[in-house]
Design a protein around this ligand. Structure first.
Ligand code: HEM
Length: 137
């Protein structure tokens, strides 16, 4: 992966026409000029955010995972001072890492069968012992 150019928001603000449209989402600077006509949500909404940080608007719509991956296709740089990129590297793996940590948290909980075993195993042992004693008498 190469290194991305760092842009300030005021540099991004220069690219706000239909023929040269940039916007920022999640700290990524995107050149969406070629995407304007393709956007399923229409080009008007994109133009509203031309030259600006559209992260909140993008989030509010609840864009699909494939829409989020599509962001990478149009990325031309990173926003100066953005927190999610350390240094100038932006990794495609970043959203996946979030999914993974969510899984880890879920897996951390004790599985149900283990709880059942903890409860029933001593009962089973005690029951077997009593049955054995009865049979011996
Ligand atoms: C480069 C940035 C963007 C990409 C790649 C993108 C991509 C997409 C895609 C693929 C869809 C189809 C539905 C889905 O898969 O979620 C969509 C729908 C939509 N997008 Fe975007 N989008 C971007 C930015 C924005 C922004 C900044 C807005 C601002 C509000 C916006 C508003 C919408 C709306 C209103 C829809 C229609 C939702 C619906 O019909 O339910 N998008 N976008």
């Amino acid at each position: 992966m190469g290194e991305y150019t760092v842009f300030t928001l005021s540099q991004v603000a220069h690219h706000k026409s239909k023929k040269d449209c940039w916007l920022v989402i999640h700290g990524r600077v995107l050149n969406v000029t070629k995407f304007l006509e393709e956007h399923p949500g229409g080009e008007e909404v994109l133009m509203e955010w031309a030259g600006k940080d559209a992260t909140q608007a993008f989030q509010d719509i609840g864009h699909s995972m494939s829409a989020q991956k599509l962001l990478l296709k149009y990325q031309v740089g990173v926003l100066q001072g953005c927190t999610f990129t350390k240094g100038s590297h932006v990794s495609i793996e970043e959203p996946k890492k979030f999914e993974m940590s969510a899984f880890v948290i879920k897996d951390d909980r004790m599985p149900k069968y283990e709880l059942l075993l903890d409860f029933f195993l001593p009962l089973l042992v005690a029951g077997s012992y009593l049955a054995y004693r009865c049979m011996m008498h």
